[in-house]
Design a binder for this molecule. Structure first.
Ligand code: SAH
Length: 225
């Protein structure tokens, strides 16, 4: 999967892809992430990419032209399965969307900034609009990082144990069971006996029960009431 992220603040995103699991996924060529600086696509002076809102009111708006030029250039180079705009009024991003979109080959993610983007971008250039939650960020960069991370960790080979993503929360509409590591006892706080038993079937059963219990307690909505 290749992800092209369009932003007017690429520096905000660089470090996120330069460490840990995402860095290794890129090094192993399991994914490609390309950051595109909107300011490289403007014809205005001083690399301007935003302007005042028609009709007045506070806050700058990202102009349609640089965004269109950037998207068209990318589309000339390859076909895209989706052009996603991160926006608080979009569809709520969740694990099901992550699963579905992790199957795609090439996607573009557009980050807004300031007041957002000229609405003609949304009307003519965007295929999907996603929100990461009911709150407003100052830019779409964090949201694009959230979405990219959720997609990339699902790609085959990215997590060391291939079943690892399947046992995470929200797969099968269940929350993940608790996990423990060494030491088996700390401060008198003990790890559940069954996990040390080496009895695979009992461990699986315990984990499933814990998952169910956590989901019932914390997110009964996932179990469909
Ligand atoms: N005026 C807009 C908010 C603009 S916030 C409104 O009220 O809807 C600036 C940018 O941050 C947006 O263009 C979007 O790309 C990003 N952003 C902010 N909150 C977000 C969220 N919850 N999910 C996804 N993107 C968000």
């Amino acid at each position: 999967m290749r992800i092209d992220i369009i932003t007017c603040v690429p520096n905000l995103l660089e470090s996120y892809f330069a460490h840990s699991i995402l860095k290794r996924a890129i090094e192993k060529k399991l994914t490609e992430v390309h950051l595109h600086d909107l300011r490289d696509y403007t014809t205005y002076k001083h690399r301007q990419v935003d302007d005042y809102s028609f009709g007045g009111g506070a806050g700058m708006v990202l102009m349609v032209e640089p965004i269109d030029r950037c998207i068209q250039k990318l589309k000339e180079e390859r076909d895209y399965d989706a052009v996603i705009y991160m926006t608080p009024d979009g569809e709520r991003f969740n694990q099901k969307l992550a699963n579905r979109f992790s199957m795609l080959t090439n996607i573009i993610i557009l980050c807004g900034h300031y007041k957002g983007v000229d609405d003609r971008v949304r009307q003519h250039l965007i295929t999907h609009e996603w929100s990461i939650g009911d709150y407003v960020l100052s830019g779409g960069e964090l949201a694009a990082a959230v979405v990219s991370d959720a997609l990339i960790r699902l790609l085959p080979g990215v997590l060391s144990d291939e079943t690892s993503a399947l046992s995470d929360s929200f797969q099968d509409d269940l929350l993940a069971p608790p996990v423990y590591t060494r030491p088996a006892e700390y401060n008198g706080w003990k790890v559940p006996e069954v996990l040390l038993s080496g009895h695979e079937a009992n461990i699986q059963k315990w984990r499933y029960e814990q998952s169910l219990e956590r989901t019932r307690e914390r997110r009964p909505d996932l179990l469909g009431g």
